[in-house]
Design a protein around this ligand. Sequence first.
Ligand code: SP5
Ligand code: ZN
Length: 353
Amino acid sequence: MPPALTIPVVWSDACLLHEPGGEVWIGLPDPGNEVPARAAVIRDELGAAGAPLVEAASHPDDALLAVHDADFVAYLRDAWELWNEAGYPDRHGQDRVVPYLFPHPGLLAGLEPEVPTALSARAGLYAFDTMTPIGRDTWRAARGAVDVALTAADLVLEGARVAYACTRPPGHHVTRSAFGGSCYLNSTAIAAQHLRNRGAGTVAILDVDAHQGNGAQAIFRDRADVLTGSVHVDPRAGWFPHFLGFEEESADANRNLPLEPGAGDAEWVAAVANLVRWAGGTDALVVALGVDAGVTDPTSPLEVTAHGFREGGRLLGSLGLPTVVVQEGGYDLDSLGVLVLAALEGIEEGGRS
Ligand code: SP5
Ligand code: ZN
């Protein structure tokens, strides 16, 4: 038997409640792959490795509202009820909130958008894609994921060196006031803000999800107290989020390291090493742990193996910082648990050496 994983795994059943029920891509219905089983598979794998499970505690909104605009948060909370009351499920057979029109900057030509009367149009006010539907329980799951991340941050503030937040739905694509990419609330950014609120002078968010961490980049771009770094597949090669994630966006407190499709362990681990060197000297670390860079993942062309995730984990752990790990993407149900376990074992090992 390998030694048990000692990193606490924070969990909430609320994370299972969100059922996207599919997505819309180029006008086509797509089954999507951000499914509840993702979180259950990870929890079971980590539990079998001996990790202690910790139930999430509910937290107030202060860190949430420091990261997201209040009107955006209120919209996400109320959107499905309003949609339901307005009759879209009964009259149109659509029980998910899905936008059809967006207040594109070119449409508004400098004017501020009003809040539209029709819910069908209001659905475009805060959404940036058609891939991220709001269902009956989406708010409860997304807010539950925030509590999971905040509980993990509390464990670290109370002295745990590392804590893992087994969150779903993911959050790293969400900006102050716009959501998409299967994400609703940016739990990773909220955890980083919480660490700042409770005394960490500087925090680094390092995002190893296969897709760029555009949300934290946008939220913390003008702040020197939270560094944001991301390694991801090159958006110029045709990958989400397409419009962002280029090396040239990098600034004092922001670093983007795009990788070519087909990049594997060597390139990916070298990019993680680069981010780790860059983030040294901060007081705390938040890892946005997507494992969709995995070789069998259907959503990215990166080819990282469990060995690579373990090596990357060792590097992240070697910083020796108080570390909150928050689950982001990763969609191959057969390898998801193994890859997360490898990354966490690496983080644990890296902290010992
Ligand atoms: C959190 C996270 O990993 N979000 C990634 C979202 C990327 N989704 C992009 C979807 C691209 C369209 N897929 C087309 C499928 C056609 N069958
Ligand atoms: Zn991703």
